[in-house]
Design a protein around this ligand. Structure first.
Ligand code: BES
Ligand code: MN
Ligand code: ZN
Length: 523
């Protein structure tokens, strides 16, 4: 009830008569439901989790009486629990201990436990805890003796807990009770572990924003709403936000961006978000496809299944907003500018027609071979805007661009196109780190595939993923540039690992880690 009221007030505040049919209050919501504390001593809780390295021998934790110790070690021996990474053993807590249950989680050799594995362990822990009545969870990690492993692993696990606990429930009149547990982490050194957990929380907040924006239905997350949402999130964090409306988009000559939404009441916008984390003059630019819904236009998507999920076509733009938020939240020492061209690809009496010609911001002309290849049309102007008005040292764009990418790589990798060796290496490294992996695809040899008979280039061509990339390359000019095609990676039909069902927030962690790796190699 409260939520519905808030929604209708928001709709009035939005003040748009054109959009009276939509439920369109899309103000940011607080996403942290999981509270964390960090300690160096045992705490009472409903559930005690003990992280057990391989070959730990007999378990004896401080405060355990003899009977409790025997009980737990007997369970370990009966179940042949060996502390191998991923192994687990649940024990009803002995009466002498102040816990309901004890869960032993094997971490193998801590030095070899990767960030991704630790995140997954946190994710499965949280989904397990959500199936119990436990509200307080104490995680004992002090058996991991090496302090840097200890802090790294607890921070990654807490990140996994938090990422899995996100819910998109703003449209539920009676939301399920959200996971609202309190976790206390017993670590080697509280100050250091706490700092690392806070960095991970800032990252998670960026992922949540991206998931939320991507999850918004088409009529709620339209270009202007997306831009205002991003501004409401970013400005309080010290990010400079500029929103160009449709008239400014036109006045700057960005006819390629403008044309995609010309048939809709919801016109093109361009979002610019700048995080000045150092004094570098030339920033790093991130450009994300913000097509808030893709009907295909007059080349209409005619299969129910292919059109239904197209509210997720803004996932690249959402990833850029989330990455800027994460970098700001982490106070990253980098100068980064996010640029998100925002459109909605729809039909009407004034919509773009197949075969039309538009003029992009750089003055070049584009033949619309297919209105459904709208992503590259809006990115062309987004990339050009970054080059011309931001003067960056590098540009990385990210987009749900082509079905061909899904055909080539599925969803285990996104496709990377670049001629810059340093960007390629650092993007692949960042992708491995957070398991949002990218795989290099060729640009060389495809120069002619977007040639147009009547204009400077055409927005279609074969092979499909290369055509998108080669088309975009032109608009980056001489600036070192990379294109990430993340089609298929934006949405999970069912929950798994760190992902609840729905939008994945793909790209936030990739771009955030990439900016830091790339920045570290500058100067
Ligand atoms: N947004 C789609 C690409 C897409 C497809 C994303 C499947 C996620 C899942 C894009 O705008 C599109 O429609 N691409 C067309 C281009 C073609 C018409 C040249 C495609 O790939 O089929
Ligand atoms: Mn399309
Ligand atoms: Zn699209």
């Amino acid at each position: 009830m409260k939520t519905l009221l808030a929604l209708s007030i928001g709709a009035v505040l939005a003040g748009s008569t054109l959009l009276s049919t939509s439920v369109s209050a899309v103000t940011p919501a607080p996403y942290i439901h999981t509270q964390f504390s960090v300690t160096e001593s045992m705490q009472q809780a409903d559930l005690l989790v003990v992280l057990v390295p391989e070959d730990s021998g007999e378990l004896r934790l401080s405060g355990w009486d003899r009977a409790s110790r025997n009980h737990i070690n007997r369970a370990i021996s009966v179940a042949a629990f060996d502390g191998k990474a991923g192994s687990q053993l649940e024990i009803v807590a002995p009466v002498g201990l102040n816990y309901g249950r004890v869960l032993l989680l094997g971490v193998g050799n801590p030095a070899e436990l990767t960030r991704v594995k630790a995140e997954d362990m946190g994710a499965s822990l949280s989904s397990w805890v959500n199936g119990t009545k436990a509200e307080t969870v104490h995680v004992h990690s002090q058996l991991i003796a090496n302090a840097s492993d200890n802090h790294r692993i607890t921070a990654a696990m807490s990140h996994g807990v938090e990422l899995r606990n996100y819910r998109f429930d703003r449209f539920k009149s009676q939301p399920d009770e959200r996971p609202a547990q309190r976790y206390s982490w017993q670590v080697a050194l509280a100050t250091d572990a706490r700092a690392q957990i806070e960095q991970k929380q800032a990252l998670a907040q960026g992922v949540f924003t991206a998931r939320e924006l991507t999850n918004l239905p088409g009529s709620s997350g339209y270009p202007e709403a997306f831009a205002n949402f991003a501004k409401a999130v970013l400005e309080p964090m010290g990010v400079e936000v500029t929103i160009l409306g449709p008239e400014q988009v036109k006045a700057l000559g960005m006819g390629s961006l403008y044309g995609v939404s010309q048939g809709s009441d919801m016109k093109a916008h361009l979002l610019v978000a700048r995080w000045r984390g150092n004094n570098d003059e030339a920033p790093i630019a991130l450009v994300g496809k913000g097509n808030t819904f893709d009907t295909g236009g007059y080349n209409l998507k005619t299969q129910a299944a292919s059109i239904l999920r197209m509210h997720t076509d803004k996932a690249g733009g959402a990833a850029v907003v989330g990455a800027i938020q994460a970098l700001a939240g982490q106070k990253a020492e980098a100068h980064v500018v996010g640029v998100v061209p925002l459109s909605i690809n729809m039909i009407s009496g004034t919509a773009q027609l197949p075969g039309d010609v538009v003029t992009a911001g750089d003055g070049s002309t584009i033949e619309i071979g297919n209105t459904d290849a709208e992503g590259r049309l809006i990115l062309a102007d987004g990339i050009w805007y970054a080059r011309e008005h931001i003067k960056p040292r590098a540009i990385v764009d990210i987009a749900t661009l082509t079905g061909a990418k899904v055909g080539a790589l599925g969803t285990s990798y996104s496709a990377l196109f670049t001629k810059d060796q340093q960007i390629e290496t650092t993007l692949r490294e960042a992708g491995e780190l957070v398991q949002e992996r990218v795989w290099p695809m060729p640009l060389d040899g495809y120069d002619t595939i977007v040639r147009s008979r009547i204009a400077d280039r055409i927005n279609t061509g074969s092979p499909g993923a290369q055509a998108g990339a080669i088309f975009l390359q032109h608009f980056a000019g001489d600036i070192p540039w990379a294109h990430i095609d993340m089609a298929g990676d934006a949405f999970n039909a069912s929950a798994s690992g760190i992902h609840p069902e729905g939008s994945s927030g793909y790209g936030v962690r990739l771009l955030t880690e990439w900016v830091k790796l790339f920045q570290a190699q500058q100067n």
